[in-house]
Every structure is written in structure tokens, then in C-alpha cells.
Design a protein around this ligand. Structure first.
Ligand code: NAI
Length: 341
């Protein structure tokens, strides 16, 4: 059973008529309304759905605090019974309208956005039910990639004291984020290796950037200077941390480490780990920029600042003899504490 009181609020939403079961987890609203995406997928149990909503909501609190955004952390999940109803279908709209009514009842404490399984069209349906929802009809991937790449450059500067020229970068996952990270790195003269379970996608991106294709299954422990996990969660674990050969790990994948303590294992081996929740904030910065009307130039500046933040956190970690994750958590805690005061 998850700890139901770990964050501020957990709301279970049930509408028998349309078959809706959803969980809204609001972790912390110190910095503003709890913003976080709606994940729609099957769960093995109700407890698993609640636990995932809470865990992801906590990560959003951290992400927003470190990105200096005026949002708290929240997340919601809709429990799917099987394949999701087709976009635009009556069944889908009915479920999202019902869900939107539950969101509206939070009176702005929770603001949903797009996550795995949901689309900008779904956010429109939620808005139609009277709730606030962020629904920029823009692929956040390239913005996330710009932030990740700024974070990577900061990690390389810190660990190797160099720019990207000649640095061997292994990108795991050639999707919306990874393909762009590969492009940016290649543009700056890095030697890029692309690894994806979709071999043809890896080949296409590798060809485009003048790189080579790597093995997706052993990517986390293969020879390189920088490992950029841009595919799935928990690729570095207590079991394989001892075999990681990269000098720097910097990527987009949420929960790159399967537990925060793995950051200590990497630190002891002299590997610079850039916390995912700082590196991958480009998507939320883009959503916020759209809401408040940032120009493209302003947004780019904010994305580049992710690199400054990474540099500062890595330095703090070194100065205090702690892992980058510990230093980042302390920084987020300080921001929350200042806001409370
Ligand atoms: P995507 O779905 O566009 O691309 C993921 C790629 O990884 C696909 O090409 C897929 O074939 C590949 N892949 C899947 N499993 C793999 C494995 N075991 N080994 C190697 N390749 C594998 O996803 P996207 O949008 O590029 O996101 C990448 C990661 O970044 C995800 O973990 C996501 O949660 C995270 N992220 C993405 C953001 C965004 O703005 N798109 C924002 C914050 C985090």
C-alpha cells in the first residue's frame, strides 16, 4: 500500500457510468498550482496506479523548483482497462469530460498537461468540462532536447574540462528527444553513436549525423565519454553502476537511476551524473513560456540556463562531497523553504 499521506493530497475519481477510474496526486503547492501530465495506461493494481501518480507528482515538484517555475508538483493517472479508445471517439471524449469535471473540482489546485497516453486534443476535452489544462499543440521534444544538450555540455565541461569536439556521445533512444540531442552533439563535432531498439530509426539518425549505430541493450555500459539515456526509465541500477564506462551521464529519461543511492555509486567511480529532473525540464519550460507569452528567444535563453544550473549543482556536489542528486535535492528544498518563508 503506498503512503497516502506522502504529499499534500490524493484524489481518487470514479464514474461508474462512463467507466472512469483516475487518481490525481498533488504533491506540493508551495510554489504554485500543481502542474503535471495525465498518464493513461493499464496498471497491475489500484495501489500501483496511486503509487505511480504520487511518485511522478514528487518528481514534478522537484523539476519545477529547480527550473524556477511558478508551479507545484502534481500528476494524475487514468487507469485503462485495455487499449485506449481512439482519439476523438465518443467513448474517449466521455471519459475525459468526466475526468475534466473531477479536475475542475480541484478549483485550479491541479492543472493537467499531456503525458504518456494523452494528447493536446484530450486537454481540449478536459477544458471543455470547465477545468484549466495546459495543452500547447507543440511537440516538446526539441525543446527538451535543447535543455538536455545544454545540461550535457555543462556536464562535459565539469568532468572533462572541454567542449564537445571529439567527445564520444552514446545516445540511447532516437526518438523526439534523442534524435535532436544526437544532431546537436554532431553539429558541435562530437562522435555520435545511436542505439535504439528500433534498428532502422537508429540507422536513419546515425546516417543523418554521420555517426554509427550501437547496441541498445548494452548501451548503459558501453564504451563512450557521455552516455545520454533518452529512451526508458531505470537504465542505471545498483547492479550495473559498477560497469558504466561513460565519464558523464546526461539524458532525458525520467528516473534514469532506479534509486537515488545509485548516484553515490557513480560518484565514487568518478562518473559525473547530471540529474534527469534538471536536464529534462525543457518541456515544462516550453509549456510555461507558451502560457505567459515568452518569445522564442526568451525560451531559448531559459533552456540554455539549464546548463548554468547543472554546472552550479555539480560544483556544489563536489564542494560538499555529495552526489549530484543529493545536491540537487538540497537546492530544491532550499527554494521551497524560501517560498514558505
Ligand atoms: P520517444 O518515444 O519519441 O522515443 C523513445 C525512443 O526510445 C524510441 O525511438 C524507442 O524505439 C526507443 N527505445 C525504447 N526502448 C528502448 C530501449 N530499451 N533501448 C533503446 N531504445 C529504446 O520518446 P521521447 O519523447 O524522445 O522521450 C525520451 C525519454 O525522455 C522518455 O523517457 C521520456 O519520458 C523522457 N522525457 C521526454 C520529454 C519530452 O519532451 N518528450 C520530457 C521529459 C522527459
Amino acid at each position: 500500500m503506498p503512503d497516502l499521506f506522502a504529499g499534500e493530497q490524493v484524489i481518487t475519481c470514479h464514474d461508474e457510468e462512463v467507466g472512469l477510474r483516475a487518481v490525481i496526486a498533488v504533491d506540493d503547492t508551495t510554489l504554485g498550482p500543481g502542474f503535471g501530465g495525465v498518464r493513461w495506461r493499464p496498471y497491475p493494481s489500484q495501489a500501483a496506479a496511486v503509487a505511480e501518480a504520487q511518485r511522478l507528482a514528487q518528481a514534478m515538484t522537484l523539476k519545477h523548483a529547480l527550473a524556477e517555475l511558478p508551479y507545484g508538483g502534481a500528476k494524475s493517472v487514468i487507469l485503462a482497462d485495455g487499449p485506449l479508445p481512439a482519439e476523438g471517439s465518443q467513448e474517449r471524449v466521455a471519459l475525459l469530460t468526466s475526468y475534466g469535471e473531477f479536475v475542475a473540482r480541484t478549483a485550479g489546485t491541479y492543472v493537467p498537461g499531456v503525458d504518456m497516453g494523452t494528447t493536446p486534443g484530450d486537454m481540449q476535452a478536459i477544458r471543455g468540462a470547465g477545468a484549466r489544462a495546459f495543452c500547447a499543440d507543440v511537440d516538446p521534444g526539441p525543446y527538451t532536447a535543447t535543455g538536455v544538450y545544454a545540461a550535457m555540455r555543462a556536464g562535459v565541461r565539469h568532468a572533462l574540462g572541454s567542449g564537445m569536439g571529439g567527445v564520444r556521445v552514446l545516445v540511447q533512444g532516437a526518438g523526439h528527444v534523442g534524435a535532436n540531442v544526437a544532431r546537436y552533439a554532431a553539429r558541435d563535432g562530437a562522435q555520435v553513436v545511436v542505439a535504439d531498439v528500433d534498428a532502422s530509426r537508429a540507422q536513419t539518425v546515425a546516417d543523418e549525423v554521420g555517426g554509427t549505430v550501437g547496441d541498445p541493450l548494452s548501451a548503459a555500459t558501453d564504451e563512450c565519454d557521455v552516455f545520454a539515456p533518452c529512451a526508458v526509465a531505470r537504465v542505471i541500477t545498483a547492479a550495473n553502476a559498477g560497469q558504466v564506462r561513460a565519464r558523464v551521464v546526461a539524458g532525458a529519461a525520467n528516473d534514469t537511476l532506479d534509486a537515488p543511492g545509485v548516484a553515490d555509486l557513480l560518484r565514487r567511480r568518478g562518473i559525473t551524473y547530471v540529474p534527469d529532473f534538471i536536464a529534462n525540464a525543457g518541456g515544462v519550460l516550453q509549456v510555461h513560456g507558451g502560457e505567459v507569452g515568452w518569445s522564442e528567444e526568451e525560451l531559448t535563453g531559459r533552456l540554455e540556463r539549464i546548463g548554468d544550473r547543472v554546472g552550479a549543482v555539480l560544483q556544489e556536489a563536489d564542494d560538499q562531497g555529495v552526489s549530484s542528486v543529493t545536491a540537487a535535492l538540497a537546492r530544491a528544498a532550499r527554494r521551497l523553504e524560501e517560498a514558505r518563508r
